[in-house]
Design a protein around this ligand. Structure first.
Ligand code: UD1
Length: 412
């Protein structure tokens, strides 16, 4: 099974193309609803975007951008906020709607705004929009991106681009270390940015006058790869995932091995085989290199069928538990205490109609439905299409009995 391009690497790179003064060619761009929304947003800001191959795009950034990122598009996904830094640093002005995204709890942007203000931007929030101005350009500064729940990923992306074109040097303290941040830094460096310390929590940037034309290939999606691995384990099967970014999946592969998964590297990917027995586990979501919050729901679905008691603690988005009542509808035994769920493994789940509430929860419900006896119907799968390319078809080609029965339901 081929792993698609990374959604969370692609979106900030696409947005950052606004800060480049020449054509940008991107390869391995996944076909996802969020990517379409980002492209539509960029076009509304003056970008020309042309598909050049099934997963390749050439972007022609505007020389005079429209500086208004509209609510209709930004409200559809969290990554909409990633146009703020590029617009402000290149054009000195930006009006960007407060972002939307999955309903996984409170998602503030205070760290983004505080960081841009430290670079000299004047920022006001009026009528649901962020109004940011830096009439004489941004200037380098020391910025702290650490919030109470850890570093901010998209905030680090916004500040990286902003600092790349700011006058003088900047230091980002408490920067996110996620591979997607490293990917953006690689993209910007190829375009001429001067960045060091990427992959650590202190990033240093020396501003340059302009970013130049660049060609960049996006990496495979570590969340999709891990979701497919969990699909193999929950169904007692096996799968080979081509291009799985194994080097960025260590914590989750260690966890899945403890649960009984057997892994081997292939020439360009990963093979996963389920063992006879699925062990329970203790799962704690953390910033990279810890277990990603974007896998919490899928891992909880797996633990529902593990032998014994598992604890699942969510430290990044403490309210990210909308999948719990849906898993319980399948017969799972889960009790929530604050940001921890205690899961008593059961020997089988039984199919039921379910409602998907957010992107990763949708994937978790599909996985649980694959393992459940009888038929499960997952409604509102539009969430799934935001982040998984043709997930139903991929699973079907692996032997799952799954069909898209209407726009909003997947029967399993
Ligand atoms: C990104 C990912 C998302 C992932 C999340 C955490 C994208 C498009 N989305 O989201 O899939 O679940 O990282 O790995 O890449 N916070 C603040 N103030 C801020 C910003 C964030 O307090 O200004 C808090 C958040 O409420 C949360 C924590 O910081 O508790 C991490 O959020 P953040 O890393 O910003 O998530 P996103 O970048 O939005």
């Amino acid at each position: 099974m081929q792993c698609g391009g990374s959604k969370n690497a692609t979106l900030p790179v696409l947005a950052s193309a606004l800060a480049v003064s020449g054509p940008v060619e991107l390869q391995n761009v996944p076909r996802l609803q969020d990517v379409d929304t980002m492209l539509e947003l960029l076009v509304s800001l003056g970008m020309r975007a042309t598909p050049t191959a099934p997963h390749s795009w050439t972007l022609h950034p505007p020389t005079h951008a429209t500086l208004h990122a509209d609510y209709r598009l930004v409200s559809q996904m969290r990554a909409g906020i990633c146009v703020l830094g590029p617009l402000l640093t290149r054009f000195g002005n930006a009006v960007v709607a407060l972002p939307g995204g999955c309903r996984i709890g409170h998602r503030p942007v205070d760290l983004h705004l505080r960081g841009l203000a430290a670079l000299g931007a004047e920022i006001e929030i009026r009528e649901g929009y962020i109004h940011a101005r830096a009439a004489s350009g941004l200037r380098g500064a020391e910025v702290n991106l650490l919030g109470s729940a850890g570093p901010t990923v998209t905030g680090t992306c916004n500040l990286l681009v902003a600092c790349a074109l700011a006058r003088g040097s900047s230091v980002l303290h408490g920067a996110a270390r996620e591979p997607e941040v490293q990917e953006l830094a690689g993209f910007l460096s190829s375009a001429g940015a001067q960045i060091s310390g990427v992959g650590t929590s202190t990033i240093e940037i020396s501003g340059v006058d302009a970013l130049q034309s660049v060609c960049h290939r996006l990496p495979a999606d570590r969340i999709e790869a891990a979701t497919l691995a969990i699909a193999a384990l929950i169904t007692g099967g096996q799968v080979t995932i081509q291009d799985a970014p194994v080097e960025h999946m260590q914590s989750v592969l260690d966890l899945l091995s403890d649960c009984g998964g057997q892994f081997s590297r292939t020439e360009n990917g990963l093979h996963i085989r389920a063992a006879d027995r699925l062990n329970s586990s203790s799962i704690l979501t953390e910033p990279y290199p810890g277990i990603p919050t974007d896998l919490q729901a899928q891992l909880m679905a797996l633990m529902c069928l593990a032998e014994g008691t598992s604890r699942v603690t969510e430290t990044i988005f403490p309210e990210r538990f909308h999948h719990v009542p849906e898993l319980i509808r399948l017969g799972a035994q889960i009790q929530r205490h604050g940001n921890t769920a205690i899961v008593e493994g059961v020997s089988s789940l039984s199919g039921a109609p379910l409602l998907a509430t957010d992107l990763r929860a949708s994937a978790a419900l599909v996985l649980a439905g694959l393992a459940a006896c009888g038929t499960t119907e997952v409604h509102r799968i539009s969430h799934l299409d935001r982040g998984y390319q043709q997930f139903d078809l991929k699973l079907r080609s692996l032997g799952a009995r799954i069909a898209r029965t209407a726009e909003s339901a997947a029967g399993i």
